[in-house]
Design a binder for this molecule. Structure first.
Ligand SMILES: [Zn+2]
Length: 339
């Protein structure tokens, strides 16, 4: 067996597509990212068939048979514990409460590691930073506010029950103009995700456009949906539109403020900001707003070492893995675990 080549597959199940990569025993990616439809709404069996198809394409591109695959890393867009999804998210009904990891392992006969998409992306960002040996905290504003923590040595911190790093749901002391805490999609009020997510952006745009002083704003003309308006907000911010800039500035500040509490708990040394904002033309400004919020809440020691003022104690970087980060993280972890 030792003479046969070993390959490891990373599968990132998203709401619409599965992104996948294959790496060899040295951890080098072989061939390009392979993307297939995820069919998550049609149940897990339909998605398993898509995963099989992704593995067929990956192994064909690598010029090896499926028998060479020694381990699979699988991530899901939902909270999971020990391979079982416990929160609905955006999946079909039969996912919840099912031993997804066990069932896919049975189907393929290959060992499977499973985690959520936030941890997977954090592992990908870690794997792509070849010289980084410390820990890494990923914060990824997207539809929600996800995150993950990778410990020195390259394992994600999953928690005793796989419930760790639900970073979007730490509470932040910010209130709406009417003095109320915003409602979060998780059922609680005042979560960071209720300010820093696509869902939050839609609410903020709606509230701002309803103000009399914004009646003439171009986004108030025509009959575009709130989803479309929120989508256009980045372009407006990039052009310096005060309403759009104000919303992102507030969002960045609250994100930095929340990160300060996470850094106080984990002291990760490196904070990576992921999600779609990493691709925007105003990202340097957005990082400044994050730092404003961070400095407002973090003690100076979390910025610079009191022993060596040259030493920055918490580095902030943009994500570098793009859409492929989670799949890369899963292939990397499969190799670490099953090599
Ligand atoms: Zn919440």
């Amino acid at each position: 067996m030792a003479d046969l080549p070993s390959y490891f597959v990373g599968l990132d199940i998203g709401g619409t597509t599965v992104k996948s990569v294959i790496v060899n025993s040295n951890g080098e990616q072989v061939g390009d990212l392979v993307e297939v439809r995820s069919h998550v709404k049609n149940g897990y069996e339909a998605t398993f068939a898509q995963l099989d198809s992704a593995i067929d394409q990956l192994t064909a591109n690598a010029g090896v048979t499926k028998e060479a695959v020694r381990g699979i890393g699988l991530d899901v867009p939902a909270p999971s514990s020990d391979g079982v999804i416990w929160g609905r998210a955006n999946l079909g009904d039969d996912w919840v409460g099912t031993d997804i990891r066990g069932k896919y392992m049975e189907r393929t006969g290959i060992p499977v590691f499973m985690t959520n998409d936030g941890n997977a992306a954090a592992l990908g960002e870690y794997a792509l930073r070849l010289k980084h040996l410390g820990s890494l905290l990923l914060i990824a504003p997207g539809t929600g506010l996800g995150g993950g923590l990778v410990l020195p040595g390259g394992r994600s911190y999953e928690g005793a029950n796989g419930l760790a790093l639900e970073v979007g749901h730490i509470s932040v002391p910010f209130r709406e103009d009417d003095g109320e805490l915003p409602q979060c999609s998780c059922g609680l009020k005042g979560c960071a995700e209720a300010w820093v997510s696509l869902v939050a952006l839609r609410r903020r745009v709606g509230l701002e456009l309803a103000k009399p002083e914004n009646a003439d704003h171009p986004l108030n003309q025509g009959d575009t949906t709130i989803e479309e308006k929120a989508f256009q907000l980045r372009d407006y911010a990039a052009k310096g539109d005060p309403l759009a800039v104000g919303i992102f500035k507030q969002q960045g500040f609250i994100l930095g403020y929340a990160i300060a509490d996470l850094v106080r708990v984990f002291d990760p040394g490196l904070v990576v900001i992921g999600g779609g904002l990493a691709e925007t033309s105003f990202r340097d400004l957005y990082m400044e707003w994050i730092m404003d919020g961070f400095k407002d809440r973090a003690w100076p020691v979390y910025l610079r070492s009191p022993l060596d003022p040259e030493k920055i104690t918490t580095q902030f970087q943009w994500a570098i893995g793009g859409d492929a980060a989670a799949a890369v993280g899963m292939a990397y972890t499969a190799r670490e675990l099953f090599q």
